[in-house]
Design a protein around this ligand. Structure first.
Ligand SMILES: Nc1ncnc2c1ncn2[C@@H]1O[C@H](COP(=O)(O)OP(=O)(O)O)[C@@H](O)[C@H]1O
Ligand SMILES: [Mg+2]
Length: 239
C-alpha cells in the first residue's frame, strides 16, 4: 500500500506541497484533481523520489517507494518514447533484460488493443491514441504494483479518452495495481476512481469517495471544480 504521510515539498523558496497525506491500496484508483499549478505533478515526482521531501514520508508497504518499481504514464505519449527506437524496444526497457513469460506481451497487447505489428514502428508512425496505449503497455510490462498516471488522457480526443479510460480500468481489474491518476476530467474521476483528492495550492482540500464527490463535494472549492467541469456543455454560444 502507498502511504503519503504529511508530505511537504519545497522548490527553491516556494512551498509546492504541504501536509499532504493519503493512502492507496492495490486495486484502488485515486484521482488527483486541481487546477494547473496546484502541485499534482510535483506529488507524482515526490512519490517517485524524483524530487526530495522537505518533510514527511512516502512509502510503499513501509519501504521506500522505489523498492516496488512503480511505473509512470505521462501526458504526451509520443514524446515519452525515444524517437530513434522501435516501440517494441521501448516497451521492453523496463524489464532491464529480464525475460518475459511468453504470452505476457501478447496478453497485454490484446488487453490494450495494440496490434502486434504496431510495436515495430517508431513513435512518430502511430497515432497519439495508439502511442498512449503503447505507453500504458510499457508501464505495465513488468507488472508494477503501483502505476502513476499524469494526465494520461489530456492529449487525446474525447472518444479516444473514453476508450483509453475503459482499457485502463480493465487492465487494473486484471493486474491489480494501485493507480494514482492526475486528471482534469472530473467526469472520468467520478466514473473510474474510488477516491478523489482535490489539491489546491499544494494542499489537499478534500479527499472524498468518488461517488460522494460527484453528488456533494465537501468543500466550496470542490464544488467550484465540479460545477466548472459539468457546466461546459451548457455554455451559450457567442453570436
Ligand atoms: N522544476 C521546478 N522548479 C521549480 N518550481 C517548479 C518546478 N516544477 C514545478 N514547479 C512549481 O511548483 C508548482 C506546482 O507545479 P506542478 O506540480 O507542475 O503543478 P500541476 O501539475 O498541478 O500543474 C508550480 O507553482 C510550479 O511553478
Ligand atoms: Mg502537471
Amino acid at each position: 500500500m502507498l502511504k503519503v504521510d504529511h508530505l511537504a515539498v519545497r522548490r527553491g523558496s516556494a512551498v509546492t506541497l504541504q501536509d499532504v497525506s493519503l493512502t492507496l491500496a492495490p486495486n484502488q484508483t485515486l484521482a488527483v484533481v486541481g487546477e494547473s499549478g496546484a502541485g499534482k505533478s510535483t506529488l507524482i515526482n515526490a512519490i517517485l523520489g524524483l524530487v526530495p521531501c522537505a518533510s514527511g514520508q512516502v512509502t510503499w508497504n513501509a519501504k521506500p517507494v522505489r523498492t516496488c518499481r512503480p511505473a509512470l504514464v505521462m501526458q504526451e505519449p509520443r514524446s515519452a518514447f525515444n524517437p530513434r527506437m522501435s516501440l517494441r524496444r521501448s516497451v521492453m526497457e523496463p524489464l532491464h533484460g529480464r525475460s518475459l513469460a511468453n504470452d505476457r506481451l501478447a496478453h497485454l497487447c490484446s488487453g490494450l488493443e495494440v496490434a502486434a505489428d504496431l510495436l515495430d514502428r517508431r513513435p512518430t508512425e502511430v497515432s497519439i491514441g495508439q502511442a498512449q496505449r503503447v505507453g500504458i503497455l510499457r508501464a505495465l510490462i513488468a507488472a508494477p504494483p503501483l502505476v502513476l498516471f499524469d494526465e494520461p488522457m489530456a492529449a487525446l480526443d474525447a472518444v479516444t479518452q473514453k476508450h483509453t479510460a475503459r482499457l485502463i480500468a480493465q487492465m487494473q481489474r486484471e493486474e491489480g495495481f494501485a493507480a494514482l491518476i492526475v486528471t482534469h476530467d472530473l467526469g472520468y474521476a467520478a466514473a473510474f476512481a474510488d477516491n478523489i483528492a482535490v489539491l489546491r495550492a499544494g494542499r489537499i482540500q478534500e479527499l472524498t469517495a468518488a461517488r460522494a464527490f460527484a453528488e456533494a463535494p465537501q468543500t466550496a472549492y470542490g464544488r467550484t471544480l465540479r460545477d466548472a467541469a459539468f457546466s461546459l456543455g451548457s455554455l451559450e454560444r457567442v453570436a
